[in-house]
Design a protein around this ligand. Structure first.
Ligand code: BTN
Length: 253
């Protein structure tokens, strides 16, 4: 694996997209100490305090049909959770589609982007942002309730290189696993780490009515299966909140 580190860059995902023009290579990794235009899911911004987060993107050449690419976002999420558990011992969990939580708060976000030609995907860019050494006051006020860092959860700082190494170790194994054995084992691992399956949830989907029901798990392409009064629905994209014992829906677990 080839890792390139930048002090500052707009976005590590954008950098890998630029690389593709001059020919990209499977396994190329770009990390940055600081992103000036970090991007999140659903067109959101991703901001991080300089030098405290681990932000990197990896270029994958999955050689699968377009319909199967969403599976790789679960490969990435499982690998991050396993890597964090391995290196720090913290109980990382997963929230659909690919948020990683510790103690019910978000510690990592993943942005999967694909570069496709016809029905065959050429490259996937998996962008991963892990909150490593932030203090509560480093997060913007509007996300302080929802976000945490490995340092906050463990009480001390971590070397970002150790976290990166732990996640890449798992990623390498899990990419091999899905290439050789298909999605089943990754789905099993995701379900085992999921804090959503079996819970009463609410899903906010852009341009659609809010959906409420019981999360039953994920299907073959990673869509969330939600049992509602009208039957089971399959959700492709959206924001999930979990119902607590007081009946309110909360973003976190
Ligand atoms: C989300 O939860 O909305 C996904 C956030 C993904 C952030 C990472 S940081 C590294 C990579 N570069 C980006 O611009 N975004 C991803």
């Amino acid at each position: 694996m080839k890792i390139e580190c930048f002090d500052e860059i707009d976005s590590t995902n954008l950098e890998l997209k630029r690389r593709l023009v001059s020919g990209g290579e499977h396994g190329t990794i770009v990390t940055a100490d600081h992103q000036t235009a970090g991007r999140g899911r659903l067109g959101r911004q991703w901001t991080e305090e300089k030098g405290r987060a681990l932000t990197f993107s990896i270029l994958l050449e999955p050689k699968v049909p377009l319909t199967e690419t969403s599976r790789f976002s679960f490969v990435a999420a499982v690998s991050v959770a396993e890597g964090i558990r391995d290196v720090t011992g913290l109980p990382a969990m997963l929230k659909w589609p690919n948020d990683v939580l510790v103690n019910g708060k978000k510690v990592c976000g993943i942005l999967l982007e694909l570069v496709a030609e016809m029905a065959q995907v050429q490259f996937l860019i998996a962008g991963i942002g892990i909150n490593v050494n932030q203090k509560p006051e480093d997060f913007p006020e509007e996300v302080r309730e929802k976000a945490t860092s490995l340092a906050i959860c463990s009480g001390h700082n971590w070397a970002r290189a150790d976290i990166l190494e732990g996640v890449l170790r798992q990623l390498e194994q899990n990419v091999q696993l899905i290439q050789q054995q298909g999605f089943e084992e990754i789905r099993r691992k995701w379900e085992a780490l999921s804090c959503v399956t079996g819970q009463e949830i609410q899903v906010v989907q852009y341009g659609k009515p809010v959906l409420q029901g019981i999360a039953e798990g994920i299907d073959d392409n990673g869509s969330l299966l939600v049992r509602t009064a009208e039957g089971t629905c399959s959700v492709v994209t959206g924001d999930v909140s979990i119902r607590d014992k007081d009946g309110g829906y909360h973003w976190n677990a």
